[in-house]
Structure formats: structure tokens, C-alpha cells
Design a protein around this ligand. Structure first.
Ligand SMILES: *Cc1c(COP(=O)(O)O)cnc(C)c1O
Length: 225
């Protein structure tokens, strides 16, 4: 299996789906989800020119990416945090990542606002929306979104530029992608992060500006979850 070929195959599908739906393919970015992948696999993706990656744990992201950041070889590297963020990890997250996709509660918004000011790093943030209103899942309910967005921007000074969702596994993803699209436009935001290995073509059709693909690029992860 070739990571380079997977990346170009996925890019071709993005291009095709975007064009078929009257969208400019350059408006869709592929976030390569490198969680629980080997350093060699990550290096393959870097060698093939890919620069946007997603990680769901701060500590693992540091292990994967600190050396590449410090090497100075990849000045255009962009790291997205796509997993839940504990407030005690906010300092490390703000130092390492470029985009926070999982803004999901007031306490976190406050902590991020403070830390970004302290480090003078104003990172773009996406609010994670729990479109399926699943009790066990992170994210703001659609009905609370407007108020939470206003809180993040006005009270915490965060640069909220988009929304992100992880649809329920037992429902058609398209319904949730459509909902996220409407919510994004209602708030006048630019970015929609939605779609994973199994459903990204549909997400592109429904307006995604970031898709998050892991196994489709790297193959199965070192354990399942
Ligand atoms: C792991 C993960 C992905 C990637 O999932 P694949 O099915 O491997 O493409 C995307 N988004 C989030 C939030 C994830 O945790």
C-alpha cells in the first residue's frame, strides 16, 4: 500500500466531487489524520508533499510532530486538533496546533482565550456540533450553538471560523452534513470540517472545506477505537 498513491487518489475524488457539485476543489482541504500511525507512515506522507495533519491527542501529537516542527524542514506544516481537549492540556495544545476543531464547552473556550492571549497565538477555532444530539458524544447541541458562538467570540475573544461534526454511526451522514452546512451559513462562518474515510465524497458534495481522513490514507491504525 502506498501512502502517496492513497493521497493522490483521495485528492482526485475530492476534485471530481467538488466539480460535480459546482464547487472549487481548492476550497476543500484534506486533513490527514495521523493518530496511532507510525513515524515512518507520517514521513511517507510528508515526503509526498502533504502538509495538513490531524491528531486527536495532545501528547501523541507532540510525539509525532515536535521533531518535524523543530527541524525547520516543514515550515508550512499545519496541525489540526480533532479530539477532545482537557483544560490542563490547553497550554501545550495552543503551542503545538494551528487549528482547534473541537471547541465544545464554555470552560474550554475561556481557557483557550486566555492561553492564546498569553502565547500571542490567535488560532482559528471550529465549534464541534453534536448534530445527532448523542448524550455520550462531545459537542454543542444545534439549539445551543448561537449562544455558545457569541460567548466564544465576545467573552473569550476566540477566532471562530467554522464548525465541525462527527455524525452518529447508525444514521445517514448526509443528513448531518446538510445540517452542519445550514448552521455554518446561518452564523456566517466559512469552514465546515466534516467527512471521514467512509463518507468524505458526500461531505465534499455537501460543502465541506476540510475533510478528515485517516485509514483511507494510512491504512488501519495500531489499535481500534
Ligand atoms: C480518527 C478520526 C478521523 C479519521 O477517521 P478515519 O475513519 O480513519 O478516516 C476523523 N475525525 C475524527 C474526529 C477522528 O477522531
Amino acid at each position: 500500500m502506498s501512502i502517496s498513491k492513497n493521497l493522490s487518489d483521495i485528492q482526485a475524488i475530492i476534485n471530481k466531487n467538488a466539480q460535480e457539485h459546482g464547487r472549487d476543489p481548492s476550497q476543500v482541504s484534506l486533513v490527514a489524520v495521523s493518530k496511532r500511525q507510525s513515524d515512518a507512515a507520517i514521513r511517507d506522507a510528508l515526503d509526498s508533499g502533504h502538509r495538513i495533519f490531524g491528531e486527536n491527542r495532545v501528547q501523541e501529537a507532540q510525539a509525532h510532530w515536535m521533531m518535524h516542527r523543530q527541524s525547520g524542514n516543514y515550515t508550512d506544516l499545519i496541525l489540526h486538533l480533532i479530539g477532545p481537549l482537557q483544560t490542563n492540556k490547553v497550554k501545550d495544545a495552543v503551542a503545538l496546533f494551528d487549528v482547534i476543531e473541537t471547541l465544545d464547552r464554555e470552560k474550554l473556550a475561556r481557557a483557550l482565550g486566555k492561553e492564546m492571549q498569553k502565547q500571542e497565538r490567535q488560532l482559528p477555532c471550529f465549534i464541534q456540533v453534536n448534530t445527532g444530539e448523542e448524550a455520550q458524544k462531545s459537542g454543542v447541541y444545534p439549539s445551543d450553538l448561537e449562544e455558545f458562538y457569541a460567548f466564544c467570540v465576545r467573552e473569550c475573544g476566540l477566532d471562530v471560523t467554522g464548525l465541525m461534526c462527527i455524525p452518529p454511526i447508525d444514521e445517514p451522514a448526509a443528513m448531518h452534513f446538510g445540517l452542519l452546512n445550514r448552521l455554518t451559513h446561518n452564523l456566517g462562518l466559512t469552514h465546515l470540517s466534516m467527512g471521514m474515510s467512509a463518507d468524505y465524497p458526500k461531505a465534499v458534495a455537501l460543502g465541506a472545506t476540510y475533510i478528515r481522513v485517516g485509514t483511507g490514507i494510512f491504512g488501519v491504525r495500531s489499535d481500534t477505537n
